[in-house]
Design a protein. Structure first.
Length: 142
């Protein structure tokens, strides 16, 4: 017996990963998963808990699961700067010398913006420091 909700979340998650993989020219969904997870965790930890929760509510069920994995809302937001944000993500690719972290962040945030509520993404963007502007989706960067 198949449960439609699980099939639906697998399909939606696959679409997100495909979008990231294709935009970055990668061969496998594994790298796209690592990129999505790293960027979402860095963003989640940088946001106030209420906005992080609102973002989580917009994610497909499977992505929402790994988004919340390991989260300590009482310890957020973590006030790290742009370079620290990028280093957090780069640490997930330490064995991958070809990685371009800013491209990864831009791509993942573009996919998040395209597949969630645009007004929420705009609000979240407004909560980030101004030096994050070049990482934000073009439609909402300040």
């Amino acid at each position: 017996m198949q449960v439609d909700v699980f099939e639906a979340t697998l399909q939606k998650t696959g679409e997100w990963l495909r979008d990231i993989r294709e935009a970055l020219g990668w061969e496998t969904d594994q790298r796209a998963y690592v990129a999505l997870r790293a960027v979402l965790h860095a963003l989640r930890d940088r946001l106030p808990a209420i906005e992080a929760t609102h973002l989580g509510a917009q994610l497909p069920m499977l992505i929402r699961g790994f988004y919340y994995e390991g989260w300590s809302p009482l310890e957020t937001p973590v006030k790290f700067h742009r370079d620290e944000f990028l280093m957090f993500i780069a640490a997930h690719f330490r064995n991958d010398p070809e990685i371009q972290v800013t491209s990864i962040v831009r791509t993942v945030l573009d996919v998040v913006a395209a597949r969630t509520n645009p007004s929420l993404v705009e609000k979240i963007s407004g909560l980030l420091p101004k030096d994050f502007a070049d990482l934000l989706p073009a439609a909402i960067s300040r």
